[in-house]
Design a binder for this molecule. Structure first.
Ligand code: SF4
Length: 219
């Protein structure tokens, strides 16, 4: 079990799966975070998060921006949307009549990715919800802005194991405060941090020294 001051950001899973170095630059060397946010933009996310906190549609209650965490995994974050569907096999929810199943839905701006980053983020959200609400979640959905389509994702035992292993690797690197050096790959072309990361990788400098040099040149 992790204490709250050891929690890592759940959303970092997508960075870590994309590139461990990218994750470390954003989450360990936090001076990179603003660069990433600026480059990445999060228009659709803002729309999702600005909506009403929750609403009822027939037998479904939809909650937005729900804060979630897991002491077992040592992560915390937010679910874009959690749907509670009335179902006799589900759990009781405070303030609602009847029993409900719980389904996380994660919104993404682009299209489905080749890697598992979005799928693992969804699985981690599901595991947080299970721990918080004492429920079982069999599946969730990923919605992509480009395809305007939501895909059902089964949260099975293999996916849970891969997700947990990934989160434990994140904790290990964070404990060591280590930013790994990785080989340049074709993913670098799509990376929001490439303009800052690649010169550092090529010159074998630390990211901190690189930023310091850049700032000194500007003065
Ligand atoms: S530029 Fe490449 S190596 Fe550097 S953080 Fe991005 S994906 Fe990783």
């Amino acid at each position: 079990m992790f204490s709250e001051d050891e929690y890592l950001m759940l959303s970092g899973i997508q960075h870590f799966v994309f590139c461990r170095r990218q994750w470390a630059l954003i989450h360990i060397e936090q001076q990179w975070e603003e660069n990433f946010r600026t480059a990445d933009g999060q228009v659709m996310h803002r729309n999702v998060h600005d909506a009403n906190f929750h609403e009822a549609r027939g037998d479904t209650v939809i909650t937005r921006s729900m804060a979630v965490s897991s002491a077992r995994l040592g992560i915390s974050g937010e679910c874009d949307v959690v749907e509670f569907h009335k179902d006799g096999s589900g759990i009781q929810i405070f303030g609602l009549n009847g029993r409900y199943t719980v389904t996380p839905v994660e919104y993404k701006r682009g299209s489905p990715k080749e890697n598992e980053s979005d799928i693992m983020q969804l699985a981690a959200q599901a595991m947080c919800l299970e721990e918080m609400l004492c429920c079982s979640i069999e599946s969730g959905y990923l919605y992509y802005g480009e395809t305007r389509h939501r895909t059902k994702i089964l949260i099975d035992a293999d996916l849970r194991e891969r997700t947990e292993k990934t989160v434990m690797e994140m904790h290990e690197l964070f404990r060591k405060q280590y930013t790994p050096k990785v080989r340049r790959t074709k993913s670098c072309n799509a990376c929001s941090l490439k303009n800052i990361c690649l010169p550092v990788l090529c010159r074998n400098k630390s990211a901190k020294d690189f930023v310091k040099d850049m700032l000194e040149k500007e003065e």
